[in-house]
Design a protein around this ligand. Structure first.
Ligand code: HEC
Length: 192
């Protein structure tokens, strides 16, 4: 922490403004990385077990899960056995924190995750399908017959309604505290 706060200014590292809690988190992270560094030429963490990431409180995690995740998921339904399916706690944590796909590289996104869009023209004509691309000026829809259609956007015309199943995950990302993340992962790990 003194290093972050400026004890190495003479050597060229400026003081970095950071509250003590964040500075402590950064220090913990740096230590955890250094812990996995092996001898030169050796892959990281050979000969040393990876640090255990299951540090939370599973009971608190269960309470959090019931409040924030229970509207879409259930421990006895879709997430039953998730800790058996994804046995590595770190991979399991990535799956829910990173919003899924980034935690499982190489696996195509399941259809339950693909954003869809409905475009309604002033004439009442509708185009509905997979959202391929959207910005302020254009929206491209992947139609069920595998063709694509692009519409020019001008403010609210045509009307564009996006449905993104993973939006909740991305929105939650800015809501979790570190403790929530640790607790929820500790709970999910018990869903064998
Ligand atoms: C608004 C709905 C919604 C909320 C709220 C939500 N999720 Fe999800 N979650 C989804 C959808 C949709 C998927 C993708 C499902 C799929 O791919 O089959 C998903 C995927 C997942 C997966 C991966 C499941 C698998 O089978 O690979 C995990 C784990 C998960 N969510 C955990 C959580 C946790 C923990 C929370 C609360 C902190 C949460 N979710 C909140 C909708 C939601």
């Amino acid at each position: 922490m003194p290093i972050i706060q400026g004890s190495r200014q003479k050597q060229g590292m400026p003081a970095i403004e950071m509250n003590p809690a964040d500075a402590k988190a950064v220090a913990t992270y740096v230590r955890s990385v250094m812990e996995t560094i092996g001898v030169q030429g050796m892959p990281p963490s050979v000969g040393r077990p990876a640090p255990n990431i299951v540090v939370g409180n599973a009971t608190a995690g269960q309470t959090y899960f019931a409040a924030k995740c229970g509207s879409c998921h259930s421990a006895t339904g879709d997430l039953k056995g998730i800790a058996t399916r994804i046995a590595d706690p770190k991979a399991l944590q990535n799956v829910w924190v990173a919003g899924g796909d980034r935690g499982r590289r190489g696996t195509p996104a399941s259809s339950a995750r693909i954003p869809t869009v409905t475009v309604t023209l002033p004439t009442g004509e509708k185009a509905e399908g997979q959202l391929i691309r959207i910005d302020d000026f254009l929206v491209t829809v992947g139609l069920p017959d595998a063709t694509e259609r692009t519409f020019r956007r001008n403010g609210d015309v045509p009307k564009v309604e996006v449905h993104d199943p993973m939006k909740a995950h991305r929105d939650l990302l800015s809501v979790y505290a570190d403790k929530d993340m640790h607790d929820v992962t500790a709970y999910l790990v018990t869903l064998k």
